[in-house]
Design a protein around this ligand. Structure first.
Ligand SMILES: CC(C)(COP(=O)(O)OP(=O)(O)OC[C@H]1O[C@@H](n2cnc3c(N)ncnc32)[C@H](O)[C@@H]1OP(=O)(O)O)[C@@H](O)C(=O)NCCC(=O)NCCS
Length: 245
């Protein structure tokens, strides 16, 4: 099955971590296998393998190539090293990807050369309340005015928007998320202000994605507003892949 992705679309593939992630191991290259072996905790390894495998399956479906031939590359925006925002060069052009993991969920966003950032987070916090130092002064005031039992959900909503933007630019958490002020958690997703923002100031387009009550997810693209097309990869491929093996 080939998936058509137009140059104004972003396809987002969601999958659930379970034992079937090991079936994707043959798709990983040597560096990815080394990284996977480095994870001490099985759930972390499972999320990583699923993220990389899912990314390759997604690219293969859109670019109509074999998943085994897909190589994810990255160039760090800060040090130039081979890590950070993933991309794939194909005969038909460059594909941009964003991979995200949280809890039992893994997501991959794919575009034809539109910088994108995808983030999913479980609505849960380790330790005390929301880490206020991730919020701008305006966002802290908003959070304080929200009933306490709604604060975690509101914080996570704001957080996934920030991280989606920072992943789209390739900065990640090398920049302070507190420098970004997002729209109110219950309003449509928007980047309102960004102090100390490095150049270039490319337009940011944001979407909140519906991933059920226990998670929040956001997608950012730079320059180009996109139509988001979501896929449940558990049903599409992973079960199909397990069948013949
Ligand atoms: C990217 C980052 C925000 C992700 O945080 P997270 O919520 O824990 O993780 P997520 O599951 O949502 O995302 C992980 C994916 O983000 C991607 N990623 C890593 N760095 C990224 C960056 N700078 N920009 C965009 N995406 C990045 C990777 O594809 C990674 O998946 P992988 O483990 O398969 O390689 C955070 O880890 C970060 O800022 N890392 C980069 C820090 C950095 O640049 N250090 C090097 C300086 S030289």
């Amino acid at each position: 099955m080939t998936i058509t992705c137009s140059d104004r679309e972003c396809h987002v593939f969601w999958a659930q971590v379970d034992a079937s992630h090991s079936i994707l191991w043959p798709l990983l290259d040597d560096g990815e296998r080394e990284r996977a072996r480095g994870y001490k905790h099985t759930p972390d390894r499972a999320r990583f393998v699923l993220g990389r495998g899912l990314a390759k399956l997604a690219v293969a479906q859109i670019a109509d190539v074999e998943p085994e031939s897909v190589r994810l590359t990255a160039t760090c925006r800060h040090c130039g090293g081979p890590h950070g925002r993933p991309e794939v060069d194909t005969l038909d052009g460059r594909m941009r990807l964003s991979i995200t993991h949280s809890g039992t969920r893994v997501g991959v966003a794919v575009t034809w050369d539109i910088e994108c950032g995808l983030d999913i987070e479980q609505v849960a916090l380790r330790g005390g309340g929301p880490p206020r130092n991730a919020l701008s002064p305006t966002e802290r005031t908003v959070l304080d005015a929200i009933p306490q039992d709604e604060q975690v959900g509101a914080f996570i909503r704001t957080w996934t928007r920030k991280e989606a933007v920072l992943k789209a630019t390739g900065d990640g958490l090398m920049l302070s998320p507190a420098d970004l002020t997002m729209s109110l958690p219950w309003q449509p997703a928007r980047l309102d202000t960004w102090v100390n923002r490095p150049l270039p100031h490319t337009p940011v387009h944001l979407h909140d994605l519906d991933v059920g009550p226990h998670y929040r997810a956001s997608l950012a693209t730079l320059n180009v507003p996109v139509t988001v097309v979501e896929h449940d990869a558990d049903i599409c491929w992973l079960s199909e892949m397990t069948a013949p093996l």
